[in-house]
Design a protein around this ligand. Structure first.
Ligand code: MG
Length: 159
């Protein structure tokens, strides 16, 4: 009997704040009223996108843009947690299962500490393995204020 194989992957994403008042802010699968949205083809959920890329990278399955092109009209306004779920299905088809994902998002609003557990619940349900979310502020670095960034690492296993 051979031992399980493990691989790690890293994901990164950035979406600028949108000036379009119709854009809803979606982060970690949660929708926030009263804040600007992020610009993007899908719902621009930067946290879900970083998780997706980390998992795809770990499994050697490319990246989110290959699987879900931002030129595909069908993906306009797409629910990124659903895309994450579909990516996990691709992993399963290739013989990989997620072990965990850990992310760090950089933003000032909304503060993640009071809500990160709700995001983690949504993302964990989509991935089928623990997803943890941490927030860092922009610390008044002007170059960081115009966008939300997220980094993620994922561990996957081939049983
Ligand atoms: Mg993205």
């Amino acid at each position: 009997m051979s031992a399980a194989r493990y691989r790690i992957g890293q994901g990164y994403d950035i979406h600028p704040w949108s000036t379009d008042p119709r854009r809803k802010l979606v982060l970690g699968g949660l929708v926030f009223d009263g804040l600007p949205g992020l610009a993007g083809h899908s719902d621009a959920d930067v946290i879900a996108h970083a998780c997706t890329d980390a998992l795809l990278g770990a499994a050697g399955l490319g990246d989110i843009g290959t699987l879900f092109p931002d030129t595909d009209p069908a993906l306009e306004g797409a629910d990124s947690v659903e895309l994450l779920r579909l990516a996990v299905k691709e992993l399963a088809a290739a013989g990989w299962e997620p072990v965990n994902v850990d992310c760090t998002a950089v933003l000032d609003e909304p503060k993640l500490s009071p809500i990160r557990h709700r995001m983690e619940a949504v993302l964990t349900a989509a991935v089928g393995a623990p997803v943890t979310v941490k927030g860092k502020r922009t610390e008044q670095v002007p170059e960081l204020a115009g966008a939300v960034q997220c980094w993620a690492v994922a561990l996957v296993r081939s049983p």
